[in-house]
Design a protein around this ligand. Structure first.
Ligand code: 3PY
Ligand code: MG
Length: 260
């Protein structure tokens, strides 16, 4: 079986839709559990997740069929390079608002002559044989579109050479557009924006990605053309299942926690 670096890239290049699970809980067991649940990929969220240690979480994912990605905290080249050197097959970078920021993102993730990633793929070269020869071709680099400014610069961001695709953060995008953070993009201005992002991304042969809690919103995203679809976080799935069991037995559950 091809390794995770080849596998995820090849499946996306072939037009397949990838189901991604999102990791917010610290400790490797929830990563293993999510990987064994059947997600094609898992993203370690270093922006809003509860830090469980990057390398040990990557090692836990490596014991499952899922390919590992990292959402870095911000556009900060050292974080991007560390995630890739540690073995992430792709990175998702929050709050990319301009083409200049998108170029800086790609520059940090691609080796010369295309970019300025420093050479030192410590763990990546251990687990992905021939890493240098294929890293630039197979590493996935997603720019998050999650503000009104990013929407106004969408076309310019999508023209960035070396970008694999974009990844929509519906909570921040709706917060920026309407002052309310919601993951529900099924209607209104956020709905139009999410549809437009998919259309413009697909039109350029790039990969449209999005965060959803799973269920109907994940299905809607796929209908819109999204092909890298996050469908749930370990935190929210565990919380929802626990509340549902208690609610069932007591006749009323606790309300869902805020956040995602
Ligand atoms: C958002 O919805 O803003 C996100 O960043 C999802 O992870
Ligand atoms: Mg966000």
């Amino acid at each position: 079986m091809p390794d995770a670096l080849s596998r995820l890239y090849t499946r996306l290049a072939a037009g397949e839709t990838i189901l991604n699970g999102w990791l917010h809980l610290p400790g490797g067991v929830s990563a293993e559990l999510m990987g064994q649940a059947g997600y094609d990929a898992l993203t370690i969220d270093l922006q809003h997740g509860l830090d469980g240690g990057l390398v040990s979480t990557l090692q836990a994912i490596a014991a499952t069929p899922a390919a590992p990605l990292v959402r870095v905290p911000w556009l900060h080249p050292p974080d991007l390079m560390r995630a890739l050197d540690a073995g992430a097959v792709g990175v998702i970078c929050p709050m990319i608002d301009t083409a200049e920021q998108a170029r800086a993102l790609v520059h940090a993730c691609r080796y010369a002559p295309q970019g300025g990633r420093s050479y030192g793929p410590t763990r990546a070269s251990l687990i992905y044989p021939g890493y240098l020869d294929r890293a630039d071709a197979q590493t996935l680099v997603f720019a998050m579109i999650e503000t009104a400014v990013a929407l106004s610069n969408l076309e310019a961001i999508l023209e960035t050479p070396g970008l694999s695709g974009v990844f929509v953060g519906p909570a921040d995008l709706s917060l920026s557009l309407s002052g309310t953070a919601t993951l529900d993009f099924s209607a209104g201005e956020i709905g139009q924006a999410v549809a437009r992002i998919a259309y413009e991304t697909v039109r350029r042969g790039l990969i449209p990605g999005i965060f959803t809690p799973g269920g109907e919103l994940a299905r809607q995203a796929m209908t819109l053309g999204y092909r890298f679809v996050t469908a749930g976080t370990d935190f929210a799935l565990l919380s929802g299942a626990a509340r549902s069991v208690v609610g069932d037995l007591r006749g009323s559950g606790m309300p869902a926690p805020p956040g995602y």
